[in-house]
Design a binder for this molecule. Structure first.
Ligand SMILES: NC(=O)c1ccc[n+]([C@@H]2O[C@H](COP(=O)([O-])OP(=O)(O)OC[C@H]3O[C@@H](n4cnc5c(N)ncnc54)[C@H](O)[C@@H]3O)[C@@H](O)[C@H]2O)c1
Length: 281
């Protein structure tokens, strides 16, 4: 139990990656306050974890909701040790040329308000408690914070902006609060949606065969499931293992930065060359 008696706040914690983080943090002994816009999914979360979670149905874009979440967390669990701003939406790779002229303003605002402003508001709302506890912030970034084609310009710009928050806040909040990010690649078990301004709020990433597409792209050959990503958040939240880390973003994406020109991975023939057929499944 690496997070015994620790208290975390997670936004977008009722589905996908956020849900996997909440499940893992509870398993590691933490108590977790969760904000999400889906009251139904929050009820499911509460039914599973009981008193280990406190849930708040609200909008990550609202400072009042982020404040109410922080207040609920302190009332129920007495403190905040770790904040994980994670609620996000995707632009489904909509390119600049395809962004409709009459919706580009609205789509930009919606993407940035959820993916960037929401993160900053969560940090602002939890700041006094995080300073008191000498705690940590772990932002969810993305492969799109580093490389093109993880989204269109809207999504990619929001995720690059998350790195800006990591760099600036790790400076401003030291030595009291450690600020880092996890940059996942494609996430299995995600229900990631798009902006309402582009009529994509009912579109789920499950409509795309992402696992099949990424098989041929990722050097490690397989898209990870949401639960496979959760350990990185535990690492950044753990005081004993992570005391020197601040201002860091962990590329946690199946090796997108280690791809070749002629093929995604140079190691496919290793077992044959080493005479290990059958032993390296
Ligand atoms: N799915 C992927 O392949 C992928 C890859 C890299 C990074 N990410 C990032 O991971 C994070 C989580 O995404 P996910 O894939 O788990 O998606 P998801 O849709 O499965 O989960 C996101 C949760 O956030 C909630 N949410 C969305 N907008 C909200 C708002 N305005 N207020 C409150 N709650 C809100 C949703 O209700 C949902 O429960 C996002 O920041 C996303 O950009 C996802």
């Amino acid at each position: 139990m690496r997070l015994k008696d620790e208290v975390a706040v997670v936004t977008g914690g009722a589905a996908g990656l956020g849900r996997a983080i909440v499940d893992r943090f509870v398993k590691e002994g933490a108590r977790v306050a969760v904000l999400d816009k889906s009251a139904d999914r929050l009820a499911e979360l509460e039914a599973q974890h009981g008193d280990s979670v406190a849930v708040f149905a609200g909008d990550a874009r609202s400072f009042a909701d982020n404040k109410a979440l922080a207040k609920l967390c302190v009332e129920r669990f007495g403190r905040i040790d770790c904040l994980i701003p994670n609620a996000g939406i995707w632009d489904y790779g909509t390119s600049l040329v395809d962004l409709p002229e009459d919706r580009i303003d609205e789509a930009f605002d919606e993407m940035f308000h959820i993916n960037v402003k929401g993160y900053m508001l969560a940090a602002k709302a939890c700041l006094p408690e995080l300073v008191k506890s000498r705690g940590a912030i772990v932002f969810t970034a993305s492969n799109a914070a580093f490389y093109p084609d993880g989204g269109g310009p809207l999504y990619t710009a929001t995720k690059h902006a998350v790195l800006g928050l990591v760099r600036q806040l790790s400076f401003e909040l030291a030595p009291y609060v450690r600020v880092n990010a996890v940059a996942p690649g494609g996430v299995g078990s995600s229900d990631l949606r798009g902006p309402k301004a582009l009529d994509m709020d009912q579109t789920s990433i499950t409509s795309i065969p992402l696992g099949d597409i990424l098989k041929d792209v990722l050097p490690l050959g397989e898209m990870a499931d949401a639960k496979d990503y959760a350990g990185a958040y535990v690492f950044f939240a753990t005081r004993s293992d992570c005391s020197p880390a601040t201002g860091a973003a962990l590329n946690f994406d199946g090796g997108l930065g280690a791809r070749g020109i002629f093929q995604s991975s140079g190691g496919k023939e290793l077992p044959a060359k080493l005479g290990l057929q059958g032993e390296a499944a």
